[in-house]
Design a protein around this ligand. Structure first.
Ligand code: ZN
Length: 445
């Protein structure tokens, strides 16, 4: 019923390849002929497998034809810089995207191996192919993309359904190896502030499990936003400009990464004098040290919910646990002063409690000093009037979807290089910088 002939094809250089390919197409079509009245689910798989098998065969034939030819001109040994001569043809396998479920996408090709006088072997063809070990660049990209989004076992199963057989341990090793030298902050595109917009920088820590217990992953984000009207916001400007960095590195190293992300995203690139930068964090000392070092002109804001939670800490210390109503009442009475940015009054109310109970006075004094220390960062009324965001919901959400969703699942134990590698790929993906990194020459990137 189905068949095609080569007569209508205009093929010159690949005459031999084309003849073979047409034969294969006809065998495939004959096979399909026998299943023509099968249900669609049977045909679906037959067609998919058949076409992929043809793809794999065509790729193998074309690549073999080119690879098996000798290199024109001289080949210099990269190890000793002496001239290499053609030595022998050797076969190798390359994992490609031309597989499908139950059918592997590995092609086998022959190419010339060259040898120098000192006996170093080189395959010049391999060096021009951007291969990542046995994988094509595209296969490597898919491996990294799946690992950025799924756990290693899920990623391995998903690859298997594309005819790419990689164990979860190999996957782990490869994506870690390929993340070397990948600097996510440098891959992001540069953005400009639009009229009325401000830059926001925010960071926070969240904990992931390791063999040595819980370890802090630091997360930072950069985004642009318009002044808030009341408590609302134009979320789309924020979402589309959002860029992330996350790692288990120490504060010094992380600070450099965040600053690099900020500058590559557009902060400090132009109109420095007119750029308004708002830095939001909780009370952690490393966060404010980082803000002072890298964003000295930023408006600093302590997350209002974080500050409010300290009021609860105070009340729980000052009153008996059973006096829940007194705890509630004191917090409710004090909150308006906090929201008004009247930190002097908040501190006075805490010290007032401290004088009533000498046992708890030390803890309460510490809380009082927390508010005193951050008073400048708690001018909430003023901040709200100017339309600044005063909550750290954005970075808390980032901790969840950048880190926790991928790295905080049951029985996950991370070592530092492992989690850093996964987070690098994950941030590259979330930062809309994936194609820019993997396919820098294509227009879509
Ligand atoms: Zn050599």
């Amino acid at each position: 019923m189905f068949s095609i002939s080569l007569e209508s094809c205009e093929v010159n250089e690949f005459q031999e390849v084309a003849t073979h390919f047409v034969e294969s197409i006809n065998i495939f079509l004959q096979d399909l002929d026998a299943h023509i009245s099968s249900p669609i689910e049977v045909l679906e798989l037959k067609v998919l497998e058949g076409v992929r098998a043809l793809c794999r065969q065509l790729l193998e034939m074309i690549v073999s034809k080119v690879a098996s030819e000798q290199v024109s001109g001289s080949v210099i040994c990269p190890e000793c810089e002496q001239e290499c001569r053609p030595w022998c043809k050797r076969e190798r396998g390359i994992t490609t995207l031309c597989g499908v479920i139950r059918m592997c996408g590995v092609i086998r090709i022959e190419r010339w191996v060259y040898r120098c006088a000192l006996g170093h072997n080189h395959a010049p063809w391999d060096l021009c192919q951007k291969l990542r070990g046995q994988y094509t660049h595209r296969v490597a990209e898919v491996m990294c993309r799946l690992v950025a989004r799924l756990d290693f076992r899920e990623a391995s199963e998903e690859l298997s359904s594309h005819g790419i057989e990689v164990s979860h341990t190999t996957l782990h090793q490869k994506v870690r190896e390929w993340s070397q030298g990948l600097r996510v902050p440098e891959q992001v595109d540069t953005q400009r502030l639009e009229e009325n917009q401000r830059w926001y920088v925010s960071c926070d820590g969240c904990h992931t499990n390791s063999r040595e217990g819980w370890k802090e992953v630091k997360v930072g984000c950069i985004y642009k936003d318009y002044p808030q009207q009341g408590f609302g916001s134009i979320a789309s400007a924020r979402t589309s400009s959002m860029r992330y960095v996350a790692s288990r590195n120490d504060a010094t190293h992380f600070g450099k990464e965040l600053f690099s992300l900020a500058t590559h995203s557009g902060i400090y690139q132009e109109d420095i004098d007119t750029q308004e930068i708002v830095f939001i964090g909780d009370g952690a000392a490393w966060i404010w040290n980082l803000a002072a070092e890298y964003f000295p002109n930023a408006v600093e804001i302590v997350d209002v919910m974080h500050a409010a939670s300290h009021l609860y800490n105070v009340a729980k210390v000052a009153f008996e646990e059973t006096q829940t109503q007194m705890i509630e009442d004191w917090v409710e009475m004090t909150k308006p002063y906090l929201y008004a940015g009247n930190i002097t009054e908040v501190v006075a109310r805490i010290r007032d409690l401290a004088t009533q109970n000498s046992e708890t006075s030390e803890t309460l004094e510490r809380e009082a000093r927390y508010f005193e220390k951050h008073a400048k960062r708690m001018r909430y009324q003023e901040f709200r009037e100017k339309g600044y965001q005063i909550g750290s919901g954005v970075i808390e959400s980032a901790c969840k979807h950048v880190v926790a969703q991928r790295c905080k699942q049951a029985s996950m134990r991370w070592d530092k290089p492992g989690i850093n590698a996964v987070l690098e790929w994950r941030c590259l993906d979330k930062n809309k910088a994936w194609n820019r990194y993997w396919y820098p020459d294509t227009k879509a990137a």
